[in-house]
Design a protein around this ligand. Structure first.
Ligand SMILES: CCCCCCCCCCCCCC(=O)SCCNC(=O)CCNC(=O)[C@H](O)C(C)(C)COP(=O)(O)OP(=O)(O)OC[C@H]1O[C@@H](n2cnc3c(N)ncnc32)[C@H](O)[C@@H]1OP(=O)(O)O
Ligand SMILES: Cc1cc2nc3c(=O)[nH]c(=O)nc-3n(C[C@H](O)[C@H](O)[C@H](O)COP(=O)(O)OP(=O)(O)OC[C@H]3O[C@@H](n4cnc5c(N)ncnc54)[C@H](O)[C@@H]3O)c2cc1C
Length: 660
């Protein structure tokens, strides 16, 4: 029985076509759909019992699933793209994420042709397992502050890897603790007693025969992390070196080379390329944000249509909680954000691929923008997604707190995204630096790409919004101009404040809070703009483009409402115009309402991937919640183990004293 079928009938767009729009293309949709079903139908990938497992069982279970996934990849001859989707739908953080997601990209981006030829085939056949060992106990954000040393010994043509202090211990790398045989280790390069910056080195950590750590290497897991199950399927590790020697050709040498004689040669490649793997991964994290948020939203939307509270006076059905305006005002902006993040990630991927191609041709001019966009959008989307998942839990009331809702584990797995691959505040400060530089160069350099609007700063500073009615806000030009003006005005005002400081670094530190707000406004502008640009494309299917238009306005006007202080303080909007935007937002929520279930069905998530009783496709929530309760190990017996030992004596004592 489909308890949501009436809801599905209300929708006025072609869901199958929306699935394609969400996936990006029919090929992407088919590929992802095939992998989702492959995983959902395979009992090895069952995950309901995961939160009940102890750490050792949990990790072993992950190893079993990873091995099975690898067997499928080999047996079915899956492409790298298919394998990526397969791992995604297995939905269990594992050492393989770092192997494929960071170790291999680090070698691809920073290795020479010779190094790639040697290491990539081994890694791609999984004959070695690698991780990305950058962060240390004492330093994560400040990469230049890393303490591990790689000292070149001209006599033996080797680097000596060493951990000189406790705080230089590598700390956090996923896959490092128990599984990796190799790592790309970031360390201070020391040649002839001189420090030459931080570089990456391929270091073997464990024997390929018996997996024991090699001499001079201390390696282990850093311990339990937040939440049951969740990220504890990953062996985040600690690593120390005691004068471990590696051959010279294991320094990743695309950026700088060290010769046999101990000479440092710089190639034409900019130093920043050493940070290139982070640019790549941040871009993938934006795509992951749309997946995580859409998952939470799918659960909360379906459950909000099933759940009824209040509103019945004559014994008829109570009100579906999704019909409360307050529920809509919390849920629909998140639904719109999931779509917005999906489309901005699609754009970011194309920007990244373009930059990658240019880098391969030794053209580096677009790298700073790629860094600013990946850093800023990673920060913006992961913050909104982490907050959004928690909001979805609240939207599901008490049942959202049950692990079987799928939301607690999703939250616990997701929240470190605000920290890993760059703390979100530290990354926004990078964007701010880029924007301040752009503003300072306006006189002699035409801004391009995502900062092109700064070229129109004079008019953006003067012209105020012309919107007169609520309908006036349904105009891409009016909305984009509002976001451009806000971002430009905030950036210029900050630049003016900065100019008052004699020392720019001191000014930057003092105004950091305002600078982060400038960076956020710039990144929100990018997301809004890319959503409108998406709508310029040919999007087939009855009603699909129209529904996306509604979501685009919800996303933009919700932000405008939430940050109306900025829009008012910069003088671009009047209070009346801000309240017209809010009135339009209410109308838009009414337009989303009949399509809500279809809009989350369009994510095309299997019940396996959602992992949620509240988010079941068929809406059959209550019987399944009731059934699941009886599967809890506590309900194996009526009288719990420990009762006779610890509780009964107390009860007896009470009875005894009652007699007295
Ligand atoms: C399917 C796929 C799955 C994915 C798998 C993974 C799943 C996830 C699993 C979890 C995995 C978690 C895995 C993990 O967590 S791995 C560890 C991740 N760690 C971090 O992200 C550390 C964050 N810190 C940094 O990135 C740097 O130290 C920053 C940037 C903060 C400072 O830096 P620095 O101290 O040097 O100072 P500077 O500010 O003077 O900058 C100097 C210049 O460099 C430019 N610059 C800076 N950065 C970049 C860049 N990236 N590309 C290009 N350029 C860059 C910058 O604009 C400036 O340029 P200019 O102004 O001089 O022109
Ligand atoms: C689950 C997980 C997986 C990880 N996986 C890996 C991995 O595979 N490989 C790896 O190398 N690392 C990994 N990391 C480490 C991760 O990249 C770092 O934790 C991250 O970069 C943040 O650095 P930090 O811990 O030093 O934070 P800190 O920099 O110490 O941050 C602490 C606080 O200080 C603030 N702060 C720091 N600097 C500034 C500044 N300049 N201005 C203003 N505020 C500032 C931050 O905003 C934050 O509030 C992982 C971390 C986690 C949680």
């Amino acid at each position: 029985m489909d308890y949501l079928s009436d809801e599905r009938k209300k929708s006025d767009f072609d869901v199958e076509a929306m699935k394609v729009a969400w996936a990006g293309s029919i090929q992407e949709f088919q590929l992802s759909d095939r992998m989702a079903k492959l995983v959902a139908n395979d009992p090895v990938f069952e995950k309901f019992t995961r939160p009940m497992l102890g750490r050792k069982e949990l990790l072993k279970n992950t190893l079993r699933k990873s091995a099975h996934a690898w067997k499928l990849i080999i047996d079915l001859r899956l492409s790298e793209e298919e394998a990526k989707w397969l791992r995604l739908y297995v939905d269990e953080p594992a050492y393989t994420d770092l192997h494929w997601g960071m170790f291999i990209p680090a070698i691809e981006g920073q290795g020479t042709e010779e190094q790639k030829k040697k290491w990539l085939p081994l890694a791609k056949k999984m004959q070695i397992i690698g991780c990305y060992a950058q962060t240390e106990l004492g330093h994560g954000s400040n990469v230049q502050g890393l303490e591990t040393t790689a000292t070149f010994d001209t006599r033996t043509d080797e680097f000596i890897m060493h951990s000189p202090t406790l705080t230089s211990s590598k700390w956090w790398p996923g896959g490092l603790g128990k599984l990796s045989t190799h790592a790309v280790v970031y360390a201070r390069l020391i040649v002839g007693g001189q420090f030459h910056g931080v570089h990456g080195f391929i270091v073997q950590l464990r024997s390929l025969e018996d997996h024991s750590p090699l001499p001079g290497i201390t390696v282990g897991d850093i311990g339990l992390k937040f939440g049951n199950g969740a990220y504890n399927t990953m062996d985040n590790g600690v690593l120390r070196f005691d004068h471990v020697r590696i051959p010279r050709n294991q320094m990743l040498m695309r950026v700088s080379q060290v010769t046999k004689e101990g000479k440092i040669m710089q190639s034409d490649v900019p130093r920043q390329l050493i940070y290139g793997t982070m640019v790549y991964v941040r871009q993938t994290i934006v795509a992951d944000a749309s997946k995580a948020l859409s998952r939470a939203v799918c659960i909360a939307t379906r459950y909000s249509a099933v759940r009824r509270q209040f509103g019945s006076r004559d014994g008829g059905p109570e009100t579906q909680v999704i019909d409360y305006k307050t529920q809509q005002s919390r849920l629909f902006p998140l639904l719109a954000s999931a779509y917005a993040f999906r489309f901005v990630s699609e754009w970011l991927k194309s920007l990244y691929l373009d930059v990658k191609q240019r880098l391969e041709a030794n053209e580096f001019s677009t790298l700073p923008e790629a860094h600013a966009c990946t850093a800023g959008l990673k920060s913006l989307t992961t913050t909104a997604t982490a907050d959004g998942i928690e909001e979805c839990r609240k939207l599901c009331g008490g049942h959202g707190y049950l692990v079987s809702s799928g939301l607690p584990e999703l939250f616990a797995v997701y929240i470190p995204a605000c920290t890993y691959e760059g703390d979100n505040v530290v990354l926004m400060l990078q964007v701010a630096r880029f924007l301040v530089k752009t503003v300072s160069e306006l006189g002699h350099k035409k801004p391009v790409g995502t900062t092109a609007y700064m070229g129109r700063v004079a008019s953006l500073m003067q012209k105020n919004s012309a919107v007169q009615t609520a309908e006036g806000w349904l105009n891409p030009g009016a909305v984009v101009e509002a976001f451009e003006s806000r971002a430009a005005r905030m950036a210029v005002r900050c630049a003016q404040e900065l100019a008052k400081f004699g020392n720019p670094e001191e000014g930057f530190a003092e105004l950091a809070v305002d600078l982060v707000e400038v960076a956020v406004s710039h990144c929100q502008l990018i997301v809004v703009t890319k959503f409108f640009e998406k709508l310029q494309q040919d999007i087939p299917g009855k009603g699909v483009k129209e529904s996306l238009e509604v979501l685009c306005y919800v996303y933009a006007l919700f932000l405008l409402h939430k940050h109306q202080g900025d829009f008012l303080a910069t003088g671009y909007l009047t209070p009346k115009q801000a309240s017209l935007a809010n009135a339009q937002l209410r109308t838009l929520y009414s337009k989303v309402r009949p399509n809500a279930i279809a809009l989350v069905d369009s994510f095309s998530y299997t019940d396996h991937y959602l992992g949620s009783i509240l988010g079941r496709y068929d809406g059959n929530v209550y019987p399944k919640l009731y059934e699941a309760a009886w599967e809890d190990p506590l309900n194996d017996s009526d009288v719990i183990d420990g009762f006779h030992q610890y509780v009964q004596p107390i009860l007896k004592q009470r009875l005894h004293s009652a007699k007295l």
